[in-house]
Design a protein around this ligand. Sequence first.
Ligand code: MV4
Length: 504
Amino acid sequence: MFRSILIANRGEIALRIVRACRELGVKSIAVYSDADANAPHVHEAAAAVHIGASPASESYLVGERIIEAAKASGAEAIHPGYGFLAERAWFARAVRDAGLTWIGPSAEAIEGMGSKTAARHLVTAAGVPVVPGTQEALRDAEEAAAIADQYGYPILLKAAAGGGGKGMRIVREQGELSTALESARREALNAFGDDAVYVEKYIEGPRHVEIQVLADQHGNVLHLGERECSIQRRHQKMIEEAPSIAVNAELRTRMGETAVAAARAVGYENAGTCEFLLDAKGNFYFLEMNTRIQVEHPVTELVTGIDLVQWQLRIAAGEQLPFRQEEIQPRGWAIECRITSEDPSNGFLPSTGRIEFLQVPGGPGVRWDGGIIAGSEVGLYYDPMLAKLIVHAATREDAIERMCRALHELTVSGVETSRDFHLRVMEHPDYRAGNVTIQWLEQNLEAITGARAPEEQVRLAAVVAALLADADRARANGGSPAGAAVRQAESAWQRVARAEGLRR
Ligand code: MV4
């Protein structure tokens, strides 16, 4: 095992990696920007190196600085976490060329899965089902029209270099084709510097189900079952579960074996995830492989009992996976809610400020993977995800009840958060029935975010209104009751009053 590693990330994932390091007896070295000088990941790591100004482009995205920091601090390896430099093949290569170990797949595997058309080629040759479509980039609208006629509408134009939904256009009839192709090309060129676009048959109303893979340096490739990730908005997942209500043992085995074949096709090593679309008939199609640890990895850890981040370090250090595929079975049910500093009742507008008070949920079956503490400043430099609240219970119904209980225990004051949004999803009959697709959240967003406040909140609002009336009277008599508590009461009251049409 390594003596020390550098963590090229921040927030909750940096802390998650620090925890794995502690448990393995590895010295953790954090990096931080100006804005993160007092961040929890800096305090919890064994050492920390300042790498630049607050914008990620001047700190967490500057590969050279990070490699310099690793060398100067005597780190033997670099863990990239997710986001930032995690899937940049050039960085994986630069780390290796600097004589350090990269805790992740090879630069070649990252590249192989990075281009969608290249990935489709590679995995198809290994017998992996992909969505029907072209293998090559389109020349022009005429060629696109001919291919669309062959597959039938609707079709989906996708950026070859793509990912995350950029440069993607649904085309429902031939009349829309040339305009859609132009705008897909423009968006792809902007986002990826490459305007190559290809065609797929558009799959209507599928689920997003992904398979976790672990591969060691000795040819062992295992899958750890699926995660259900359909609850997303604008390609940002909000809630994930393991297992998926739509996957039985037989389908799990078939999807798992498919994911293992895809991983083998690129000579994959370390932790990775194969994303699939799963349609209502149980057909599944490989979409892409994420060549990193993912945000939602804890739900898999809870149902399999396997520590994925520890295994990332062990694999990179050359250890062999000791499990047999048959031994890996999901136990119980896990759900994760991403707690973000966004205001769902206001179009998910990012919210900023200082965390004034934080009460973290606890008790049986509750896990909090957080990146904030009371006093943390939440700004606009980085991703709005503050923490992940994860629960584990014997059944899906029990896990939902446990999540509701944990969300009720959670208090974050100082910024708006997604807490109430999660409660409303947990209470929604479609969610309870497991009746969701990748479109479900966006189709029901108004009902979920504009829903009436729970009875409890209305009663609370009445109490707050009485307090505020008191403050009003004090003011009228020449007093000044304006403290932080009164200001917070005022804004809490206005929120509920607006939603409920209440008057003081
Ligand atoms: C699709 C699709 C339907 N049909 N491909 C979105 C981003 C990229 N990972 C692929 N994506 C999709 N590809 C075909 N042929 C629907 C999506 C899609 C989606 C996929 C996974 C999770 C969320 C999604 C949200 C919208 C669209």
